[in-house]
Design a protein around this ligand. Structure first.
Ligand code: PGA
Length: 227
């Protein structure tokens, strides 16, 4: 099984930075059967990322959005919906990131509605959770998505979570949702601490924020995975 490694750009890169990032990354990136790379830019850069990867013939890197509307197409100013993402060639979406829960007060209801939008439109989803109650609130859905454990204390702090704690959380999450769900970790992952997680059969992917701001530090993580 390949590790799903997501470069979550958050709101860090403007168009010119994103263009440079992609130019550099496409030059240094090497496909490997140990990872599936995903770039998750802001909505404004989705077209740039999909078209650049195509033009540079980097066809095995996928593109995810950082959010999706809970609504069907219609009069929802400012929203971006599933059909629009799919039409752009976007492969997947991150749903329920803790920054969305914190700053936009996203509820579990909304997260489930977003997940349904993605599932109904054949868009893969990575649902991010930080506490077990959020996993329980997802059980109404299928296990046809990826579940990422993202402990709040570990996000953007440089303090990655202890592997034992990540394993314990993911083990419980699988018991709640189903053994078949693919589980991931996110929180201050970099090329130094990633080795701690690679031995765990419960960790099948990573969401990388800070270390994905620079294409070299992101690629360093891939190099370690490939070893
Ligand atoms: P971080 O972000 O790597 O900066 O901790 C991870 C995330 O928010 O998904």
């Amino acid at each position: 099984m390949k590790y799903l490694v997501i470069a979550n750009w958050k709101m860090n890169l403007a168009h010119s930075d994103a263009t440079k990032w992609l130019d550099t990354f496409c030059n240094i990136y090497k496909p490997n059967d140990k990872y599936q790379v995903v770039i998750a830019p802001s909505f404004t850069e989705l077209e740039l990322v999909t078209s650049t990867l195509k033009n540079k013939n980097v066809l095995d890197v996928q593109v995810y959005a950082q959010d999706i509307s809970k609504f069907n197409p219609g009069a929802y100013t400012g929203e971006v919906g599933a059909i629009q993402l799919r039409d752009l060639g976007v492969n997947g979406v991150i749903i329920g990131h803790s920054e969305r829960r914190k700053y936009f007060k996203e509820s579990m209801n909304e997260i489930n509605e977003k997940l349904n939008q993605a599932l109904n439109n054949n868009i893969k989803s990575v649902v991010a959770v930080s506490v077990k109650e959020q996993v329980f609130a997802l059980v109404e859905n299928t296990n046809n998505f990826y579940l990422a454990f993202e402990p709040i204390e570990a996000i953007g702090t440089g303090q990655s979570e202890d592997t034992g704690k990540v394993n314990a959380f993911l083990k419980d999450a699988k018991q709640i949702i189903g053994e078949n769900i693919t589980t991931m970790y996110g929180g201050s992952v970099d090329s130094r601490n990633i080795r701690d997680y690679l031995g765990s059969t419960l960790i099948n992917g990573f969401i990388v924020g800070t270390a994905s701001k620079d294409p070299h530090t992101f690629n360093d993580i891939l190099t370690v995975i490939s070893e």
